[in-house]
Design a protein around this ligand. Structure first.
Ligand code: ADP
Ligand code: MG
Length: 702
C-alpha cells in the first residue's frame, strides 16, 4: 500500500486550481515521461524542470533601462488612457513614473476593468517586462508581470521557463507546477547524511522548491546541487528497483536447460549462411547460462542488422530441446510479424512449431493458438506484450526473449515475467548502448555483444544534402528506381505546433506521386495494422519501389534489398535514431547509401551529428557521441531531449552520480533486503515518487 503521506501527489492534476480536463491534456504533452495511458498526477508536474530562466533582477529605473532589456520597474500609476470608443486598434495606455522618468504601459485589446484593478491610479506597483522606446518615449508593451508594491514578493525575479506546447500558456503551467511543489509533504530523508553534506544536497522538497523558484539563474541549472540531488534520487530509485526485480527474478527457481543439440544443429544446417564469430560467442554464452540451474538474465546487444534474431532463435531451439516452450516478445506488432517471418521458415526446417500472438489475432484463430500454447503443441511463439498481459497459459514456458529495440525501461517487462513461470530471460537491444546507460537501464546485467557485421555486408555511403537540392535528389532516385533499387524515404512526425511545421509523410507522398506513380508506397503510424502490413508487403515484394514512412513503425523492419535511405529533416533527428534508420539499408550484398536531407541553417549540434553520421558506421562510437551531444541541442519532440527513460537525470551532467547510486542501492539492499528499516521505509517513498511502484510490490512485505 502506498503511504497516505503521498496522496496529495497522487491525485489527478485536475485537482489543481486552474487545471481542467483540457489543460490536463496539454500538460501531459510536456511531461518528461510517457504515462502509458494513466492519468496525469500532481506529482508528475514536479519533474517538469525549467529549460532556462528569465532574469528579471535588473532594476535600473526607467531612464537607465536599455531598449530590449528585461527589467523590473517600481512605478507609481498616474492615469489610464483607454482607446477611443469603437477603435480597438488604438492600444490602452497606462501612464506611470518612477524617480527617473515617465513610461507608458501599453495594452492591445485590453479589458479596462481588469487593468483598473491591476494598476489603480495613484498606487505603487511593480511591473516586469521588456523595455522599449517609441519615438524616444519609454514604454513597455504587455508587461509579463504586474503586482501591487505590497504584493511584490509574488513577482518572480528569476523566472523559470518550462517546455511549452501550443495552447498551454507559461503562466498556467507555472501556476500548476507551483501548486504541485507546495503539495510536497515533508518526507523522511532517504539519503545518507554524510553523502548529502559531501554533495551539498538539500532535502527533496527543498531541492524541488529551489529549482522551481530559483533565486539566481544558476539555481535552475542541471549542475546545481538541487538538480543533482533529484538526479541522484532518480538514479537511486532506478537502481534499487532494478536490484529488487533482479533479486526476485533470481529467487524464483530457475532450472537447467540442457539439450543434445539435435534441434540446434538442424537449425544451423538450415541457415543459408554461417554465424559470425560474435554470434557464435554470444550463443555460447547464452547456452552456458541456460544450462545453469540459476535463472538467466542476459542482455544481447548488437547493432541493427548484426543478426540478433538468429542467435535468439538458436537459443530458443535449445529451450525446446530441453522439453520446454519459448516466447519472443517484440515492442510492436509489425516487428513481431517481422520476427516471425525470419524465424518461421528456419524453424520449420528444424521441425519447430511456431505461432504468432498479438492484439490483432482474434476469434477462432486466437482461440486455437491459445489452446495449442496450453497443450504444448506450439514450441515457439512470437508476439507483442499481449503475450504476457492476458490469460495466456503455456504448457511449459522456460525461455523468454524480449526484443527491446532501442527502447529503455525493462523494469516492467522483467516484473511481468517475474510473475510467471520464471522463464530464463534474454533481452535484446538494437542500439549499442554506452556502458553508463546499460547500467541505468538494466542494472548489473550480464551482457553479450555482437560486434561484427555479417559477412558480405557492404559499407553504407552517407551523404548530406540541403533541401534546396531536393529536385536533383528526386532525379537520382528516379534513376535508381529504373535500375530496380528500393528506397526508403523517412519523414519526421509532424509536431502539432506552429513553429515546427515539417513536411509530413502524406504531403511528401502527394508531392512525389506524380513522379513515381504506383511505385510509391506509404506507411505511417495512423494507418491500421492490416494497412501497414500491406504497405510493407508491397514494398518487400517490389510492387512499390519507394516507401515513404514515418519513424514510428518502420524501425526494425527487414527488407534486405533496400539500398537507399533518404531521411528528410535529418537535422531534427537524434544520432541514435539516425543510426537506427540508416541500418535499414546495407543489409544485402549490394552497395547502399544514405542521404541526409537537411534544412539550412544548421545549428552547431545538428552539424556535428550529421558529420558523425558521415564519418562512421560504428554503433558504439555513435552511441558515445550521442551521449556527448545530447542536451546540447533539441532532438525531435520534447520528450526525447533528456536521457531516455529518465525525467530528471541527464547523463551528460550526472553520470558521475550513477555508480554511486548503484553502490548505494547494493548497500541498502544488502542490509535491508525487504526495505523494512527506517531508511528502507523512506526508500519506499522514493520508489513511489519516481514511479517504481512495481518494484515495491515485489517486496514480500510490500
Ligand atoms: P538484428 O535483429 O540484429 O537487427 P537480424 O537478426 O534481423 O538483425 O539479421 C539481419 C539480417 O541478417 C537477416 O536478414 C538475417 O537473416 C541476416 N543474417 C543474420 N546473421 C547472418 C550471418 N551470420 N551471415 C549473413 N547474414 C546473416
Ligand atoms: Mg531484429
Amino acid at each position: 500500500m502506498r503511504p497516505a503521506l503521498l496522496d496529495p501527489l497522487f491525485s489527478p492534476i485536475t485537482t489543481l486550481a486552474g487545471v481542467g480536463a483540457k489543460m490536463a491534456a496539454l500538460i501531459e504533452r510536456v511531461l518528461p515521461l510517457d504515462l502509458g495511458g494513466r492519468e496525469t498526477r500532481v506529482g508528475d508536474l514536479l519533474f517538469v524542470l525549467p529549460n532556462s530562466v528569465i532574469d528579471r533582477r535588473s532594476r535600473p529605473g526607467i531612464a537607465n533601462a536599455i531598449d530590449g532589456q528585461i527589467v523590473t520597474l517600481d512605478l507609481t500609476i498616474d492615469r489610464h488612457q483607454p482607446p477611443p470608443r469603437g477603435n480597438r486598434s488604438v492600444p490602452y495606455r497606462v501612464y506611470a513614473h518612477d524617480d527617473t522618468d515617465d513610461i507608458a504601459l501599453t495594452f492591445f485589446h485590453a479589458h479596462a476593468a481588469y487593468l483598473e484593478k491591476q494598476l489603480p491610479e495613484g498606487e505603487q506597483v511593480v511591473v516586469s517586462g521588456r523595455m522599449e522606446r517609441f519615438n524616444g518615449r519609454p514604454s513597455m508593451v504587455h508587461p509579463d508581470h504586474i503586482a501591487l508594491a505590497s504584493e511584490a514578493e509574488s513577482l518572480p525575479l528569476v523566472e523559470p521557463v518550462y517546455p511549452l506546447t501550443a495552447g498551454l500558456s507559461a503562466k498556467v503551467l507555472r501556476r500548476a507546477i507551483g501548486q504541485a511543489v507546495e503539495r510536497v509533504p515533508t518526507l523522511p530523508e532517504w539519503l545518507d547524511a554524510a553523502f548529502m553534506r559531501k554533495h551539498s544536497f538539500a532535502s527533496f522538497d527543498a531541492a524541488l522548491a529551489r529549482l522551481h523558484n530559483p533565486e539566481n539563474p544558476l539555481d535552475a541549472s542541471p549542475e546545481n546541487p538541487a538538480w543533482r540531488r533529484l538526479a541522484y534520487d532518480e538514479f537511486l530509485a532506478g537502481q534499487v528497483s532494478l536490484a529488487l526485480v533482479r533479486a526476485k527474478v533470481r529467487r524464483l527457481s530457475g532450472r537447467p536447460l540442457a539439450g543434445d543439440g539435435r534441434i540446434v544443429e538442424k537449425l544451423r544446417a538450415a541457415l543459408p549462411y554461417s554465424l559470425t564469430g560474435s554470434q557464435e560467442a554470444a550463443l555460447a554464452e547464452i547456452l552456458a547460462d541456460l544450462a545453469e540451474p540459476d535463472r538467466m538474465l542476459r542482455l544481447l546487444q548488437g547493432d541493427v542488422g548484426s543478426g540478433k534474431t538468429v542467435v535468439a532463435l538458436m537459443a530458443m531451439a535449445r529451450a525446446v530441446e530441453a522439453g520446454g516452450q519459448a516466447a519472443l516478445m517484440a515492442p510492436t506488432e509489425i516487428l513481431a510479424r517481422q520476427h516471425l517471418a525470419t524465424i518461421a521458415p528456419l524453424a520449420a526446417r528444424a521441425g519447430l512449431r511456431t505461432a504468432i500472438l498479438t492484439g490483432r489475432e482474434k476469434g477462432r484463430e486466437r482461440g486455437e493458438t491459445l489452446s495449442r500454447l496450453a497443450d504444448g503443441s506450439i514450441d515457439i511463439v512470437v508476439g507483442t506484450h499481449a503475450l504476457f498481459q492476458e490469460a495466456v497459459t503455456f504448457r511449459n514456458l522456460v525461455f523468454a526473449v524480449v526484443d527491446e529495440q532501442h527502447r529503455f525501461g525493462v523494469h516492467q517487462r522483467l516484473a511481468i515475467t517475474a510473475k510467471g513461470d520464471a522463464p530464463d530471460m534474454l533481452v535484446m537491444t538494437a542500439t549499442p548502448i554506452p556502458r553508463t546507460l546499460v547500467l541505468t537501464a538494466f542494472g548489473d546485467m550480464d551482457t553479450s555483444k555482437l560486434t561484427e557485421k555479417p559477412a558480405g555486408r557492404q559499407p553504407i555511403r552517407t551523404v548530406t544534402l540541403p533541401m534546396e537540392r531536393l529536385s536533383e535528389l528526386v532525379g537520382r532516385i528516379r534513376d535508381a528506381v529504373a535500375e530496380g533499387q528500393k528506397i526508403y524515404w523517412i519523414c519526421p512526425l509532424v509536431e502539432e505546433s506552429e513553429e515546427v511545421k515539417l513536411m509530413s509523410a502524406e504531403e511528401r507522398f502527394a508531392a512525389l506521386q506524380p513522379v513515381f506513380g504506383d511505385q510509391l508506397g506509404i506507411v505511417h503510424g495512423r494507418m491500421k495494422g492490416a494497412e501497414k502490413d500491406e504497405a510493407m508487403r508491397a514494398f518487400k515484394d517490389g510492387e512499390t519501389r519507394v516507401l515513404i514512412a514515418t519513424t514510428v513503425i518502420e524501425v526494425g523492419v527487414d527488407v534486405p534489398d533496400a539500398t537507399i535511405m533518404v531521411i528528410e529533416h535529418a537535422e531534427r533527428f537524434g544520432l541514435a535514431q539516425l543510426h537506427q534508420l540508416r541500418g535499414r539499408v546495407g543489409r544485402g550484398s549490394k552497395p547502399s547509401s544514405c542521404v541526409l536531407l537537411y534544412k539550412d541553417p544548421l545549428g552547431e549540434t545538428a552539424k556535428r551529428r550529421l558529420s558523425v553520421m558521415r564519418e562512421t558506421e560504428d554503433g558504439f562510437v555513435i552511441a558515445e557521441e550521442d551521449l556527448k551531444l545530447r542536451g546540447e541541442g533539441e532532438l525531435l519532440g520534447t520528450r526525447q531531449s533528456g536521457t531516455p527513460g529518465f525525467q530528471v537525470a541527464r547523463i551528460e551532467f550526472h553520470s558521475d552520480l550513477l555508480e554511486a547510486a548503484r553502490d548505494d542501492a547494493r548497500l541498502i539492499l544488502s542490509r535491508d533486503p525487504e526495505l523494512q528499516s527506517e531508511r528502507g521505509e523512506a526508500i519506499r517513498l522514493l520508489l513511489y515518487l519516481f514511479g517504481r511502484d512495481e518494484a515495491v510490490r515485489l517486496l514480500r512485505a510490500g
